[in-house]
Design a protein around this ligand. Structure first.
Ligand code: MN
Length: 321
């Protein structure tokens, strides 16, 4: 998905300052962002109070939306740099096309992992013949400096490891949980898990003490370390935990995201992750002149134009909050 905000602000993030070194329970309200004319998404990262969790730098939760007899998701070709996009569906389908020629229909339980590296363009659409409900998450992972210029590639994984523990079913989207590892390629230590809880579920998820974590509820209500978490907010948990207590009184669904605190400062603007404002400007110019990003074949319609750049200075600076 694209950041379709028409006046995106330049965001600097990363670095050690502000990391919750000890376990914390910070409830961070998301904000509603319009995607196109009809769809609204809940943007949970970057958040006013916290911009990254490990290398996770962008978290949108959308739906469940009834898109019967509607076009549904229609995101024209747009560029990415310096990040991976993790497309995760809870319901419905999304047709992914990119400038490498990849074309896949993504469905619930399957991972669409696009490593933008130095440059890629993609489109995302509800297929013409689509299910009535669309529900999912669009997540970005920042690439560390040594990997951010890798060749772009797309991974489609139809099968992911699933852990079942009496009422809790955990699908490992990225990284590893309790010895089960996702086949998705990662460039820094991180984890992403979809956790489905049956009514009455009560369990402990194993965590890494040196990772920071956050949780969002996609459906129902999950009690996370004693905090009732409903859709629309992100619960930041800090570092220093070896387990996380989760309970649900009704059937619920949550995403657990974590990773080693991302030490590098990055600059995010629109669909680019860079290191300086000048670099963002170069990426933007390159997209607008048609160089470097390639063409998304099979998509009917115009690509997205980049919004105007905000005034400089655009050097990485500041803290997480
Ligand atoms: Mn995108």
């Amino acid at each position: 998905m694209s950041n379709l905000d028409v006046t995106p602000q330049l965001t600097t993030c990363g670095g050690r300052a502000g990391i919750g070194a000890e376990p914390v329970r910070e409830l961070l309200a998301g904000r509603e962002v319009k995607l196109g004319e009809s769809t609204a998404v809940r943007r949970l990262l970057p958040n006013l109070k916290r911009r990254m969790v490990g290398a996770w730098c962008f978290v949108d939760h959308y739906g469940p939306d009834n898109i019967a007899s509607q076009p549904g998701m229609q995101v024209p070709p747009h560029p990415h740099t310096g990040l991976q996009t993790v497309s995760w569906l809870l319901d419905g389908q999304v047709l992914h096309r990119d400038s490498l020629g990849s074309e896949h229909v993504l469905r619930p339980g399957q991972l669409g992992l696009m490593t933008a590296g130095r440059a890629i363009a993609h489109s995302e659409q509800s297929p013409q013949d689509h299910a009535a409900t669309l529900h999912g998450a669009q997540l970005w992972v920042a690439l560390p400096d040594g990997s951010r210029a890798v060749d772009p590639h797309f991974e489609y994984h139809a099968e992911l490891p699933v852990l079942d523990d009496g009422g809790v079913r955990a699908t490992v989207i990225m990284g590893e949980l309790a010895g089960a590892r996702s086949p998705g390629k990662t460039y820094s230590p991180l984890v992403g898990v979809d956790v489905a809880l049956a009514a009455g579920a009560d369990s402990r998820l194993p965590l890494e003490r040196d990772f920071e974590y956050a949780v969002l509820t996609a459906e129902g209500v999950v009690e996370v370390d004693g905090v009732e978490l409903a859709p629309g907010s992100l619960l930041y948990l800090g570092c220093g935990r070896s387990a996380l207590h989760v309970r649900a009184s009704t059937s619920s669904r949550m995403l657990l995201l974590g990773g080693e605190p991302f030490e590098e400062k990055i600059v995010m603007w629109w669909n680019f992750v860079a290191r300086t404002g000048e670099e963002v400007e170069r990426f933007r110019d390159s997209w607008m002149t048609g160089d470097d990003f390639g063409t998304v074949r099979g998509y009917v319609g115009d690509p997205l134009a980049a919004p105007p750049m905000p005034p400089i200075p655009l050097v990485p600076r500041g803290r997480e909050r």
